[in-house]
Write a protein that binds this ligand. Structure first.
Ligand SMILES: Nc1ncnc2c1ncn2[C@@H]1O[C@H](COP(=O)(O)OP(=O)(O)OP(=O)(O)O)[C@@H](O)[C@H]1O
Length: 329
C-alpha cells in the first residue's frame, strides 16, 4: 500500500479541530506468532501538536512502524487509545486530514508519473491541483516517464506527491528516504521542509539520528516498544552526545566497581576491556569523581563521543558482548 485510502465522501470542511494532531494513550500492540507473543509496542503515551515536525527515532524492531500503523488506522491497538485530530484514525483519513508515505508499495508500473497523480486525484472530491503537486515534489520534468522507469528515489517522490493530493494537515512518513542516495535524500528533505513551513504536521520514522537532528523540531526515541527519550532536537542531541569516561580499574573488586557504574545515574552505558572501563556518561564529572574517589580508578580520560555512539548508548542497541560476563566476574 502506498498512500492511505482516498475518500469517496464529499469533501468535509477542514477546519482546525483544536485537538492534538496525534494523541496516543497507553498504547500497546502485540502480535501472536507461532513462536509466541511479540510485544511490539509496550505502552506509549504521546501527544503531537499541530505544526510540529517529529522524528520517531529507534533501531530495527523498536516498534516505530507498528506505532505509525496504529496512527494511520491500518492496525488496531491491543490496548490504549489513539486519536488523530480528536477523531479515530480512519475518520481522519476519510476526511483527508491525514496521509502517509510508507516504505514500499504498489505503484502501477504501466502508468506515467502524471497519469498516476491524475488517477489518484480523481478519487478525491477536492484534490490539490495536479500541476501544483507535480511542481512541489520536483516531478514536472518527469511527468511523462513511466513509473517502471523511475528510480527508487523518484518513485518515493511520486508517493509523496500522492500523499499531498488531499492537502493533509498531518503527513506520516515511515523511513521516507530509505534507499535514496545522498542527493535524493537532501532534495527530499528540502521539499519536505517547504511543506512543513506551510503548517503541516509531519511525523516520520527513521533509524538515523543525523536525519532526525537535521529535520525534526522534536525527537521521540523509541526502543523495545517504549519511549525512552522525548525532547527538542537540541535536548536529545545534548543528552545523546554525552561524553565517554575511560579509566583503569584495580583488579580487586572490579566486578563490583562495574556494577556500581552500571547503576550510576550519570552513566548511560558501561563497557569493559581488560582493566579499562569505558562509561558513556550523561554526567561525565560525576562519573569521573566516582571512578577516582570511590573506586580507586586511575589514568582517566574524558572524550566526546560521536552522535552515533551516543545513539547506541541511548537506545541500548549495543551489539558488543555483555561486559559483565566477559570481564568483570
Ligand atoms: N505482523 C506482525 N507479526 C508479528 N510480529 C510483528 C508484526 N509486525 C511487527 N512485528 C514485530 O514487532 C516488533 C516491532 O516491529 P516494527 O516493525 O514496529 O519495528 P520498527 O521500529 O519499525 O523496525 P524497523 O526499523 O526495522 O522497520 C518487531 O519485533 C517485529 O518483528
Amino acid at each position: 500500500m502506498t498512500t492511505t485510502s482516498p475518500s469517496q465522501e464529499p469533501a468535509a470542511p477542514l477546519e482546525p479541530t483544536g485537538a492534538p494532531a496525534v494523541a496516543l494513550r497507553g498504547l500497546t500492540k502485540s502480535f501472536r506468532t507461532k513462536a509466541g507473543e511479540v510485544h511490539a509496542v509496550r505502552g506509549i503515551d504521546l501527544t503531537i501538536t499541530p505544526g510540529e515536525v517529529v522524528a520517531v527515532l529507534g533501531p530495527n524492531g523498536a516498534g516505530k512502524t507498528t506505532t505509525l500503523d496504529v496512527v494511520l488506522g491500518l492496525t488496531e491497538p491491543s490496548s490504549g487509545t489513539v486519536e488523530v485530530f480528536g477523531r479515530p484514525p480512519r475518520r481522519a483519513v476519510a476526511e483527508g486530514r491525514l496521509a502517509a508515505i510508507l516504505q514500499t508499495g504498489g505503484l502501477l508500473h504501466d502508468l506515467t508519473v502524471r497519469e498516476t497523480v491524475r488517477l489518484i486525484a480523481s478519487t478525491y472530491a477536492a484534490p490539490t491541483d495536479v500541476d501544483d503537486v507535480l511542481a512541489r515534489t520536483g516531478l514536472t520534468e518527469l511527468q511523462g516517464r513511466l513509473v517502471s522507469k523511475c528510480s527508487g528515489g523518484e518513485q518515493q517522490r511520486l508517493r509523496f506527491a500522492l500523499a499531498l493530493l488531499p492537502d493533509p494537515a498531518l503527513l506520516v512518513l515511515d523511513e521516507p528516504t530509505a534507499g535514496m542516495d545522498v542527493t535524493a535524500r537532501r532534495e527530499f528533505w528540502r521539499t519536505m521542509h517547504l511543506e512543513a513551513a506551510r503548517g503541516r504536521t509531519v511525523v516520520f520514522a527513521t533509524h538515523y539520528l543525523e536525519e532526525a537532528d537535521a529535520f525534526a523540531d522534536r525527537i521521540v526515541v523509541v526502543a523495545q516498544g517504549r519511549v525512552i527519550a522525548d525532547g527538542t532536537t537540541a535536548e536529545i542531541r545534548s543528552r545523546a552526545s554525552g561524553r565517554t569516561v575511560h579509566a583503569t580499574l584495580p583488579a580487586a573488586g572490579r566486578g563490583a566497581a562495574v556494577n556500581r557504574l552500571l547503576a550510576h545515574p550519570g552513566a548511560a552505558d558501561v563497557r569493559v576491556q581488560g582493566d579499562r572501563v569505558s562509561v558513556i556518561a550523561t554526567d561525565s564529572d560525576a562519573v569521573a569523581r566516582t571512578i577516582l574517589v570511590d573506586l580507586g580508578g586511575h589514568d582517566l580520560e574524558v572524550v566526546t563521543g560521536s552522535l552515533d555512539e551516543a545513539f547506541v548508548a541511548l537506545t541500548g542497541t549495543s551489539d558488543t558482548t555483555d561486559p559483565i560476563e566477559e570481564d568483570a566476574r
